[in-house]
Write a new protein. Structure first.
Length: 341
């Protein structure tokens, strides 16, 4: 969600502790191994809006969403990954970024919880029948926002567009008038504040810092052949003599590329210059047996809007990622994200 607000505070980031002479990845494509853990809090702020969007798509009430529970899960997850980074040099920039986005999200969710459990709930109680046009618009925008932030930084989302849509495509009068106007007030306030805040963050980022590199370098055990269909952004780059080094899109798209390469029975030798540990999260039934070595469960979290399901956040060796992706696919396990540093 607030991904690449990173750019505002990462000038103090620490280089990877695995910067050995035999690393095959070019130096400009290397990232610290601790970042696979520290990117989880960032991505939780994608997972949480995704959960909200799904919740609203089921015509559930915003007052029933676990705003407070998600605040708790953010900080629990941050605590869990922080313990994992104690063996690395302290990455001050990333910790500062997580503190900033965590605090701002906690304030946002706290205010929403207070509002939705009082004013919002009273307006809900006054409404009968299907959701209002404003409720349906909020659900659509929530999903559009999630689709966007899985690829781009949150502050590039055009919050002015749903604000215009709210006031030009929905009728000001109609059934459940109290609920309609309460939603208009709530959504207008939210979109307007976020539009202004996003403009400030975007201006500051572009004037001070360079854009984050949008690709991840991967060292493979052999050349991918034939090139998997639909992976048009895979590029071969120069690396150490004899090494097969490619770049693939970072963030959400990395999972598709990693899975396609794994399906070719390829092995990952390095990812972003790392051979040690990489973090992944999967969504499984609550009664699922935790995975065995070489996988290690860092922590688990219940999916608050889907009783009976939970998130397993697991650490595994880079060399084990490809075979594990094949095992997860065979078992029809939902891979939520691979945290590619």
């Amino acid at each position: 969600m607030k991904r690449r607000l990173v750019a505002l505070v990462l000038s103090a980031a620490v280089a990877s502790p695995v910067a050995a002479d035999d690393v095959l990845t070019p130096p400009e494509h290397r990232r610290g191994e601790e970042q696979t853990f520290l990117t989880f809090p960032e991505w939780f702020l994608v997972h949480s809006p995704a959960e909200l969007a799904h919740f609203l798509s089921l015509q559930r009430r915003a007052s029933e969403f676990a705003w407070g529970g998600h605040i708790v899960q953010f900080w629990q997850g941050y605590r869990g990954v922080t313990r994992e980074t104690e063996r690395y040099p302290f990455n001050a920039g990333y910790h500062l970024m997580v503190a900033v986005i965590g605090t701002s999200t906690s304030v946002e969710y706290g205010l929403k919880s207070a509002y939705e459990s009082t004013v919002g709930r009273l307006a809900e109680a006054s409404a009968e029948g299907p959701p209002t046009h404003e409720d349906r618009l909020a659900a659509r925008v929530a999903q559009r926002y999630v689709d966007f932030i899985r690829v781009e930084p949150w502050y590039l989302f055009d919050f002015a567009a749903p604000l215009r849509e709210l006031w030009t495509t929905t009728y000001a009068v109609g059934p459940n008038l109290l609920r309609k106007w309460e939603r208009r007030f709530a959504l207008t306030t939210e979109y307007a504040i976020k539009a202004g805040y996003a403009w400030l963050i975007k201006a500051a980022t572009r004037s001070i810092y360079e854009e984050a590199r949008p690709t991840t370098a991967v060292v493979l055990d052999r050349e991918p052949h034939p090139l998997p269909k639909g992976l048009s952004e895979l590029r071969r780059i120069e690396g150490a003599p004899g090494a097969v080094v490619v770049t693939v899109p970072r963030y959400r798209a990395f999972m598709s590329y990693a899975q396609a390469l794994a399906d070719q029975r390829l092995a990952f030798r390095e990812i972003a210059g790392n051979r040690g540990t990489i973090l992944a999260s999967v969504i499984v039934r609550s009664e699922t047996t935790p995975p065995a070595a070489p996988l290690r469960v860092v922590f688990t979290q219940p999916i608050l809007t889907q009783p009976g399901w939970q998130r397993h956040v697991v650490a595994l060796p880079v060399a084990e990622l490809a075979p594990q992706l094949r095992r997860w696919r065979a078992a029809d396990v939902q891979v939520e994200h691979i945290y590619d540093y």
